[in-house]
Design a binder for this molecule. Structure first.
Ligand SMILES: [Zn+2]
Length: 459
């Protein structure tokens, strides 16, 4: 995706967060470099080598939700935050995870190539094989299936309906064969006690059995499904809190800076999302001893990849009062790939908000104009649904190695990390720094900018 030319314009309104009302007298725009004087307190302290080293540590293994590797990452992140003097919390939450069974189909001593269906029953069944068409109710009327193994063709109705129809007709197991080349695996959608053991065969094997049966040959088979299970697993969020320096003079507002520490199986997740986690850690280090009047929460989420579970769990713990006080949530997800495009801010509804306004202004000051667009798919989503201004920061188009074993440290760009850390750091600091009126009135105070919408979402 190519960005259109960027035009920075001054507008006369003030930003909606952490800033006093509009300036009494508008002065001509100072150049971005002059405005950047504000940001240097943050920018000059960012050490991109620290970010890179944390990515290196975190991406030494995949960090799949609920595994020991994810827990190792959680402990590492927590130890970093506490080493900067933060109050931290490791927040556990549980989720269900399906463990696929081992399956086999044996006919006359031959074991055929077979796969399982998610949520199948376990069991070992031997019996005669009966052809049952597509296993629609119409197909099954008049077929004697009690105690038999139903041989069913893929198509027309769902796998679950095929298994249920055959089970209700008395079948003790179901073999579904493919209607195209290649192996077949699928899901029955949800657990159901009415299911019987269900396995798949290739189209070639299925058609061979079907024609043997059509010729009147008797076939008996053994279907084995073992160790399928729904497991309870635990994942964790890490929360580090920086209270306002002087509580009595605090604004009562909260800013959340987030990223997710889990990865997909088989992927070191250097960019997705060790990059966002490591950048959050570095911003926490930079801000640790800085005077601020706004509470800042650095939160890294578990189990993002399997449905934003950590961020939903976190948002659920927030009281309505806390939700009302959170003025912005900055989610950094995939912010360091040398092979991805430009930094874009995505909101769930595709509208600008306080987070995108602050960050677009910071982008102009730091020399990286930003655009925004509409996309969910990361931990900003639960915050949005809780009524909190939130945005995802991600380079788009994403790199081709996203979610592959090649999402590794060697593809990480220090320039991209630096750019993201500067923008998010400067935007957060604009709200969090003590609101000194004399600075606000000064010629170099941060000014709102206009910025463009990208159409088409994350690519
Ligand atoms: Zn991610």
């Amino acid at each position: 995706m190519k960005r259109k030319p960027f035009i920075a314009l001054l507008i006369a309104t003030s930003l909606s967060v952490g800033l006093p009302a509009a300036h009494a007298k508008e002065t001509p725009a100072p150049p971005p470099q002059a405005q950047q004087a504000f940001d240097n307190k943050i920018i000059k302290k960012i050490n991109v080598e620290s970010i890179y080293n944390d990515i290196s540590h975190l991406s030494s293994e995949p960090r799949v939700a609920g595994t020991e590797a994810e827990w190792n990452a959680v402990q590492y992140i927590e130890s970093k935050f506490s080493s900067f003097g933060y109050e931290t919390e490791i927040q556990p939450f549980t989720f269900e995870s399906y463990q696929a069974p081992k399956v086999s189909v044996t006919i006359a001593g031959d074991t055929l190539s077979s796969n399982s269906f998610t949520y199948t029953q376990n069991g070992k069944v031997s019996g005669d094989v009966v052809y049952a068409g597509l296993a629609t109710e119409a197909d099954l009327s008049g077929i004697e299936l009690v105690g038999k193994i139903a041989l069913v063709k893929r198509g027309d109705i769902s796998f679950a309906d095929k298994v249920l129809n055959a089970a209700r007709a008395g079948a003790s197991a179901v073999i579904i064969y493919n209607n195209t080349s290649g192996s077949l695996s699928g899901t029955l959608g949800a657990p159901n006690d009415e299911f019987v053991p269900a396995v798949s065969l290739t189209q070639a094997d299925g058609e061979r059995l079907t024609s043997s049966l059509a010729e009147g040959q008797a076939i008996s088979a053994t279907v084995k499904v073992t160790d399928g299970a729904i497991l309870q697993k635990t994942s964790h969020n890490v929360v580090a809190i920086k209270e306002p320096t002087n509580k009595k003079k605090g604004t009562n507002q909260i800013i959340v800076v987030g990223a997710h520490h889990d990865s997909v199986p088989g992927s070191p997740g250097a960019n997705d999302d060790a990059s966002g986690v490591a950048t959050s850690i570095e911003l926490a280090r930079v801000m640790a001893n800085m005077p601020t009047d706004t509470e800042i929460r650095f939160v890294t989420f578990g189990a993002e990849e399997i449905g934003l579970l950590g961020s939903y769990a976190y948002v659920e713990t927030l009281s309505q009062d806390e939700r009302d006080r959170i003025v912005g949530m900055f989610q950094m997800d995939m912010v360091g790939s040398r092979d991805a495009g430009e930094l874009v801010m995505f909101t769930v509804d595709g509208e600008k908000n306080a987070v995108t306004d602050l960050s677009a202004a910071a982008g102009v000051r730091t020399g990286t104009p930003l655009s925004y667009g509409k996309e969910g798919r990361s931990d900003h989503v639960p915050f949005y649904y809780a009524g909190i201004p939130a945005a995802l920061f991600i380079h788009t188009p994403t790199e081709p190695w996203y979610h592959t074993p090649n999402d590794s440290l060697d593809k990480i760009s220090k320039e991209k990390l630096q750019e993201t850390a500067e923008i998010v750091g400067a935007a957060v600091y604009q709200v969090a720094r003590p609101d000194t009126p004399s600075l606000e009135r000064s010629r170099v105070s941060p000014k709102p900018v206009e910025y463009e919408k990208v159409i088409g979402g994350l690519q």
